[in-house]
Write a protein that binds this ligand. Structure first.
Ligand code: HEM
Length: 183
């Protein structure tokens, strides 16, 4: 997986917990010798080991941790690829266009990059389904990213995100809809 995801996981652990937690996490995952940087691609197994042990250390489930980490990732991902984002896009538009813009760009940058396939069906202006497909089984990260996008676009009180299948299969269906603002 893309080194950026690892460097952001490191920053997430350092800011939500502290630096010594990150060092301890590397030790228990047997990865103390690895120095993650954004220019390289690392084995997926490293990510599973880090998230699995981080979940144990924090008392969260791996799905909950993936969701929280997905939310945290969004501002940095948006910043890195902002040139591909149209100014009029909001949460649902971003989701609808990720496959053909951001994830397409990621795939073209490195042969080993393999973001998930996201098949998006926009059922109406206020509702869509995401069919997530990836051998990595990180649907919970996708759920977190959608929540993070809603926060990023100031729509957190209007966007409802509901996985309609188990979050950790190779195929995950996520229902996203926009409801009128509460205020
Ligand atoms: C600003 C928009 C986005 C950018 C720049 C972006 C970028 C990336 C990058 C760089 C990776 C790592 C790929 C690899 O290592 O091979 C990735 C993976 C991933 N992306 Fe995105 N992404 C964006 C939006 C989304 C959205 C909207 C979703 C879901 C609704 C999503 C779901 C995921 C998931 C779950 C992964 C983990 C890998 C996997 O499950 O196979 N991304 N993305």
């Amino acid at each position: 997986m893309h080194g950026t995801v690892f460097t952001l996981l490191k920053r997430y652990v350092q800011t939500q917990y502290d630096h010594s937690t990150w060092v301890r996490l590397l030790e228990v995952a047997n990865l103390s010798a690895v120095d993650f940087d954004h220019k390289n691609v690392y084995p997926d197994e490293h990510m599973y080991a880090l998230v699995g042990h981080a979940a144990e250390m924090t008392g969260l489930s791996a799905d909950q941790l993936h969701e929280k980490f997905g939310e945290y990732l969004v501002p940095d991902l948006m910043y890195m690829y902002q040139r591909l984002v149209q100014p009029e896009w909001k949460t649902l538009d971003m989701i609808e266009h990720t496959e053909n813009t951001m994830h397409r760009q990621v795939r073209s940058e490195h042969l080993e990059n393999a973001p998930p396939v996201l098949e998006v069906s926009r059922v109406s202006p206020t509702e869509l389904y995401i069919d997530y497909m990836s051998k990595r089984r990180m649907g919970a990260l996708a759920v977190g990213i959608v929540r993070g996008l809603a926060t990023y676009f100031d729509e957190a009180d209007q966007i409802v995100v509901e996985p309609t299948t188990s979050e950790n299969g190779e195929r995950v269906r996520i229902w996203v809809r926009q409801i009128p603002s509460q205020c």
